[in-house]
Ligand binder design. Sequence first.
Ligand code: CA
Ligand code: CA
Ligand code: CA
Ligand code: CA
Length: 482
Amino acid sequence: MKLDFRLQPVLIRLLPFLLLATTVSSARATPARPLAQPDDPRFPDQWNLYDPTAGGQPIRPDINAATAWDVTTGTPDTVIAILDSGIDLEHPDLASKIWLNEDEVPDNGTDDDDNGKVDDVNGWDFVAQDNEPQDEDGWGTFIAGIAGGATNNGVGIAGIAWNTPLMPVRVLTRDSMGQATARLDDIIAGIRYAVDNGARIIHLGFYVEEENLTVEQRAALEAAINEAYEAGALLVAPAGDHGLAGNPTVYPAAFPSVMGVTATDRAKERLTAAGHGSFVEIAAPGVALEGPLPDNRYSEGAAEGTEFAAPHISGTAALIWAVNPSLRPEQVRDFMRDTADDLGAVGYDEVYGFGLLNAALAVLTTPHMLHISPHELHFQVDEFGAINPPTHKIVNPNTGGLTWRATTQSRWLVIEGLTETTPSSVTVSVDLSKIPHCGEYAGSIVVESNQRNSMDGEQTIDVTLEFATGACAQVHLPLVRR
Ligand SMILES: [Ca+2]
Ligand SMILES: [Ca+2]
Ligand SMILES: [Ca+2]
Ligand SMILES: [Ca+2]
């Protein structure tokens, strides 16, 4: 939403949560589908994530999230902070996704993690100065749902980053006239809170026209933003919806450290009201969107605005970081810019920026970094001939089954069941019939990435097998009898 910092507390002319009478066409053609199709009943209407009718188009209107999900559905290690009106903490598509501050003991009146906030288990409400950043307006809930709503839970919508926690940081509210307001100090404190508490992506859901910021205010906001960027966080903000109303330069989108996002529709045309200028860095779907609203409601495919395009960038950044957690924010940013589908004038332009976000290509282009665990497996045969444990799992928590494989030269090891979705895993067991006699055995499993742009080579998992005291007689019995 649009903010105005001229008054304290800052008055914001309300940017209405645009609910239009448009309905999404319910075309349900079924071309070859990516593997990771979530079961959320509203997913077929989320053309912005995956448009099943877009197969033949050289540039898809969606972000092709479904193809990206074949590689990764995100990781719990990457947290997205949503600086907005809070998040509906009870919504069935969000409750399970709310960030949990594990260092804070709830409801004991103590700031256990010493971060300056008492009992901040689920983020912070800078407006009310309490630990319940509940959304009373809807903006933050909707944005959170696009970036990382609960997915494949059989309910409502799919989000982009399935496994990524969402940290509600409430900085926006309404005044007595129903207009949206925020205090600059709260926004700055909210950014710092997000960084200090481990958010890697800071989603700034609002925009302020240049003329409504004093030089000092702008400098203070930019300093906090630059500090966050240098600390390793990616910052994302809407390019604003006043392209037809003077087309002002807006902040924070126009700060160099922030990705400014414009909105496109299902025909890949820019939302006519979207702001345009050098502060536009990238485009994402932002018209006729389906998403969650407070009180277990949904937008019914009728939300539009650059505010709702921007969270596509934040959710995709979380997927990129899942593929490779070692990246700096500027690298994550580059992968999205470099893989965006060019629209409008050839190359970068001030209407579409570097083009329309292509989450699938961004994720596939990101150098894969293999994260598997554990790196050692141990089996034991007990005196009754049973193997403990019967199976081990090698888990790849960040990326899906398409991205890696596990093989072994040890004939007595059996590897099977590579799962497709993240976290993906294989099951390892022992085939005792391949063991000639009791003793101690050492084997190995080689894990390697399938991705051409892998950053790491083979990884070896050592496997040992030993027979417990008393187990040998059992195993040798058939041989002895012969
Ligand atoms: Ca605390
Ligand atoms: Ca506490
Ligand atoms: Ca869902
Ligand atoms: Ca262009």
